[in-house]
Design a protein around this ligand. Structure first.
Ligand code: C2E
Ligand code: MG
Ligand code: MG
Length: 438
C-alpha cells in the first residue's frame, strides 16, 4: 500500500512538472506495489517479502542517483533506507545472512553515503523548480518517518502476539490442552498401514491453532522440547494400545521432530527412554525430520540417527524436495523412508518437470531400498499417477484428513452406514477396506 501511494504521489508530481522519465520510474513503483499485493493475496508472503527486500533498496538507490535537487535544496530520498533496513532486519531475522545482515547494512551504508555526498546523475533537464523540490523534501521526510513508525508498530504488535502465544503455550502444556490427531497412511492395497501423529491445539479464545502458527515459536523459545516429548509420549501410548489389539497391531506411527528438538544434547536418551517405558516395538515408530536438519553438523546428526536406528526406530525424511540439500542426503543419512512433499504431488499432473523429479525420486529411493510415501494426495488422478510411477504408500485428504482417535478408530473399522467404498479409486484388484469417511 505504501509503495503504491508513494508511487502514485510522485508519478503525479513528475507528470505535473513534465519529467516523463522520472514519472515512468515511479509508475514502476506502483506496478511493484500491485505485484506485492497480488503475491500477498495469494498467500505467497515469503516470495513477497524477498521481492520487497531485494527491490526496494535498489529502487531507493536508483532514486537517490536521479534525485536532481536544485541548488540550496538537500536530497531526502535516502531517508527511506532507514525503514527498509529496520523492516528488512525484522522480517528476515530468522533468515539467511544476506537478507538479515547484508541487505540492512547496504541500506544503512546507502543512507550515510547519499546523506553526505551529492553523488548521482546530474541532469539539468530532470531538476524540478525549487519550491516544488522543497515540498518534495518535506514529503520524503514525512513519508519516511511514517514508514519507520509503521515498522516499529508492526514490530511491537508482533512482539505482543508472541509474548501472548508464549504464555498461552505454557498454560496449554501445564493444562494438557494439546491433542494429537492421526492422519491415515494407506498402502497400494488400500489398507491402513499407519498414521502420522499431528499436534492440534484447541484454544478457548483463539480457536483451533494450527501447528504452523505455534511450532516455529515453540522452537525459538525452547518450548518445543516439552511439547515434542509430550507428542512422543502420547504417540507411544497410542502405539502401545494398538499393539495390544490384533486388528491394530500392524499399525505404525510417524512423529514429527523439530530441528531444535533434535539438536538437544539428550535427544537420543529421552526418545529411547520414552520408547522403552512405553514398551512398544521401536520399529513401529517413525521419526520425521526435514532436509534443513541435514545442512550442518553432519557427523553429529548421523551419529544421533544411528543411535536411534540401532534400537529399531525408523527415520523418515519429511517434505522431501522442498529443501536445498542434494540427493546425496538419501545415501549419507540412515533413512528408512522418504515422504514426497505435497507441492510435488499437487503439481505433478500440470508441471512436467515436477513429474520427472517425482519419478526420479521414486526410482532412486527404490534403488536405495527406501520406502516412499506421497503426502497431500487429494485426487484420484494424483493417486493413479503415483501408483504408475511406483509409489506404494499414500497420505492425504483423498483418504482422510487428520482425525481424533475416536474418528480414526471408526476409519479403521467403519460402520456400513458411514462409508462409501472408494471403488473408483482402487487399483485393478480392489481392496475391500479402502474407504472415505463421509
Ligand atoms: P507435515 O509433517 O508435512 O504434515 C502434513 C500437513 O499437511 C498436516 O498439516 C496435514 O494436515 C496436511 N495435509 C495432509 N493431507 C493433506 C492434503 O491432502 N492436502 C493438503 N493441502 N494438506 C494436507 P498440519 O497438521 O497443519 O501440520 C503442519 C506441519 O506442522 C506439519 O507438516 C509438521 O511440520 C508440523 N507439525 C505438526 N505436528 C507436529 C508435531 O507434533 N511436532 C512438530 N515438531 N511439528 C509438527
Ligand atoms: Mg510430517
Ligand atoms: Mg510433510
Amino acid at each position: 500500500m505504501i509503495t503504491i501511494l508513494i508511487g502514485l504521489g510522485w508519478t503525479a508530481a513528475f507528470i505535473q512538472f513534465d519529467r516523463p522519465f522520472l514519472a515512468a520510474m515511479h509508475a514502476g513503483l506502483i506496478a511493484f506495489g500491485i505485484a506485492l499485493g497480488w503475491l500477498a493475496y495469494q498467500g505467497r508472503l515469503t516470495g513477497a517479502a524477498l521481492l520487497a527486500g531485494l527491490f526496494l533498496p535498489l529502487f531507493i538507490a536508483v532514486s537517490c542517483l536521479f534525485d536532481n535537487v536544485p541548488d540550496g535544496v538537500h536530497r531526502a530520498t535516502q531517508i527511506h533506507f532507514l525503514a527498509v533496513a529496520l523492516g528488512g532486519y525484522f522480517v528476515f531475522r530468522r533468515g539467511g545472512i544476506y537478507m538479515k545482515y547484508v541487505m540492512p547494512a547496504f541500506c544503512l551504508i546507502g543512507f550515510v553515503i547519499f546523506s553526505n555526498t551529492s553523488i548521482g546523475f546530474h541532469d539539468p533537464d530532470l531538476v524540478i523548480p525549487a519550491e516544488a523540490a522543497e515540498i518534495g523534501v518535506w514529503a520524503n521526510t514525512l513519508t519516511a518517518m511514517a514508514e519507520l513508525i509503521f515498522v516499529v508498530v508492526i514490530m511491537n504488535a508482533d512482539l505482543s502476539t508472541r509474548r501472548m502465544m508464549d504464555i498461552e503455550m505454557r498454560k496449554a502444556i501445564a493444562n494438557g490442552d494439546f491433542q494429537l490427531r492421526y492422519q491415515p497412511q494407506i498402502n497400494e492395497a488400500g489398507k491402513v498401514v499407519g498414521a502420522e501423529a499431528l499436534i492440534s491445539w484447541p484454544h478457548a479464545k483463539l480457536g483451533n491453532v494450527p501447528p504452523v502458527k505455534f511450532i516455529p515459536l515453540a522452537e525459538e523459545t525452547g518450548l518445543i522440547v516439552p511439547i515434542g516429548n509430550w507428542v512422543l509420549r502420547a504417540a507411544c501410548a497410542q502405539l502401545a494400545q494398538w499393539e495390544a489389539e490384533p486388528e491394530t497391531r500392524h499399525l505404525t506411527i510417524a512423529v514429527n521432530v523439530s530441528a531444535s528438538q533434535f539438536r538437544q544434547p539428550d535427544f537420543v536418551q529421552s526418545v529411547s527412554e520414552i520408547v522403552r517405558l512405553s514398551g512398544v516395538t521401536p520399529s513401529k515408530l517413525k521419526l520425521e525430520l526435514t532436509e534443513s536438519m541435514f545442512v550442518d553438523n553432519v557427523d553429529a546428526t548421523v551419529a544421533k540417527m544411528n543411535a536411534l536406528k540401532a534400537i529399531g526406530i525408523i527415520w523418515s525424511l519429511d517434505d522431501f524436495g522442498t529443501g536445498y540439500s542434494s540427493l546425496s542426503v538419501l545415501k549419507s543419512f540412515p533413512l528408512g523412508q522418504i515422504k514426497i512433499d505435497q507441492s510435488f504431488v499437487r503439481d505433478m499432473l500440470t508441471n512436467a518437470s515436477n513429474m520427472v523429479v517425482t519419478e526420479a525420486i521414486i526410482e532412486l529411493a527404490g534403488k536405495l531400498n527406501l520406502e516412499v510415501i506421497a503426502e497431500g494426495v487429494e485426487t484420484v488422478e494424483q493417486l493413479d499417477r503415483l501408483r504408475e510411477t511406483g509409489c506404494r504408500t499414500y497420505q492425504g485428504y483423498l483418504f482422510s484428513p487428520p482425525l481424533d482417535i475416536d474418528a480414526f478408530g471408526k476409519f479403521l473399522s467403519p460402520e456400513p452406514s458411514n462409508i462409501e467404498p472408494l471403488s473408483r479409486h482402487l487399483p485393478a484388484s480392489p481392496a475391500p477396506d479402502l474407504v472415505v469417511l463421509r
